[in-house]
Write a protein that binds this ligand. Structure first.
Ligand code: DON
Length: 304
């Protein structure tokens, strides 16, 4: 029997001893208000066992983690047509870089960088009747929690400062890779990033990727093949220009957000969510990455 609770407790006390050099994301002013000392891990095993340490019941902005959930919904709605509008290659670039997009004629490298996620947002705006309401309902259903909401202050804060995302959306539009107007698509994108969840909810939301496409309510949302592809994209593209480092240190598919969250999973075994708002220079949680490295090293449970 693996002593998961003791392992999580040890990780928390190990990390309390090191200096947290991470810095809270300040380019979205609303996120700069979050206390950097927050720390949480929540482990959700597919056999039903759960373990948590720290502030696992405190909500935070999931930010780019939402890109996996919008991809999942888009694949459910239009299947492989998604891949006519973007690629599945790691970018090796920061999440908001524009240069590759111009060189590659408006075809984003993958759905987890901002340009790819904005194209996915465009697909959902086209396909859903009430895009923001319907997507939120999808997230609530996956998580089996009807209390999850958008933080309107965070969405507005990003709208007011999202100049790079406006540039990205306009470049996509100029290449003919955006069907709807820029403001409508970005309004959806800023809202998806402004969803708030705690670590427990996040581990529940990603449960279907560890559970062969079936969510917490045991409803099938994705085929096995779609789950395989989404997990592969998380492994190769989930951490931007640090995807190699995350695979090397942790060895799990996962996704980070600039709110300081990370969620990762081992197929058929568990999902795990961490939250520590201080980010490293690549925009990934400084302590979250170390927590997950220690977890897979201590348990020996990774995809490798
Ligand atoms: O578009 C942005 O810049 C943010 N809403 C999301 C960025 C993000 O979370 C990147 N993650 N590490």
């Amino acid at each position: 029997m693996m002593e998961y609770q003791a392992i999580l407790d040890t990780i928390q006390s190990n990390l309390q001893k090191i200096e947290n050099t991470g810095t809270v994301a300040a380019y979205i002013p609303e996120l700069a208000k979050v206390n950097k000392d927050n720390f949480a891990i929540y482990l959700n095993r597919v056999n039903g066992d759960n373990y948590g340490v720290g502030h696992w019941d405190v909500s935070f902005s999931i930010q780019s983690i939402s890109k996996v959930l919008t991809l999942s919904k888009a694949l459910q709605l239009i299947g492989t047509d998604v891949w006519e509008r973007m690629d599945v290659e790691p970018s090796g670039d920061p999440f908001n870089h524009l240069s590759l997009l111009e060189l590659e004629n408006g075809i984003p490298r993958n759905p987890l960088i901002n340009s790819g996620a904005i194209v996915i947002a465009d697909i959902l705006v086209s396909e859903l009747k009430n895009p923001k309401e319907d997507f939120l309902q999808y997230v609530r259903d996956l998580t089996n929690d009807q209390t999850i909401t958008y933080n309107e202050n965070v969405a507005l804060s990003e709208k007011e400062t999202g100049f790079t995302n406006y540039a990205t959306a306009n470049l996509l539009k100029s290449f003919g890779n955006l069907a709807n107007d820029v403001d409508t698509v970005l309004d959806f994108y800023f809202h998806q990033c402004a969803i708030e969840m705690n670590c427990q909810q996040l581990s529940n939301a990603f449960y279907l990727f560890a559970n062969r496409g079936k969510c917490m309510r045991n409803v099938a949302h994705l085929t096995l093949s779609q789950v395989k592809r989404i997990n592969a994209i998380m492994l190769t593209c989930g951490f931007y220009d640090e995807a190699g480092e995350f695979a090397f240190e942790v060895g799990l598919p996962g996704k980070s957000g600039v709110g300081g969250g990370i969620v990762a999973l081992l197929p058929n075994n568990f999902t795990i969510a961490t939250w520590a708002p201080g980010l490293n220079p690549k925009g990934n949680s400084f302590l979250g990455m170390q927590a997950l490295e220690q977890f897979t090293t201590a348990t020996g449970e990774s995809i490798f």
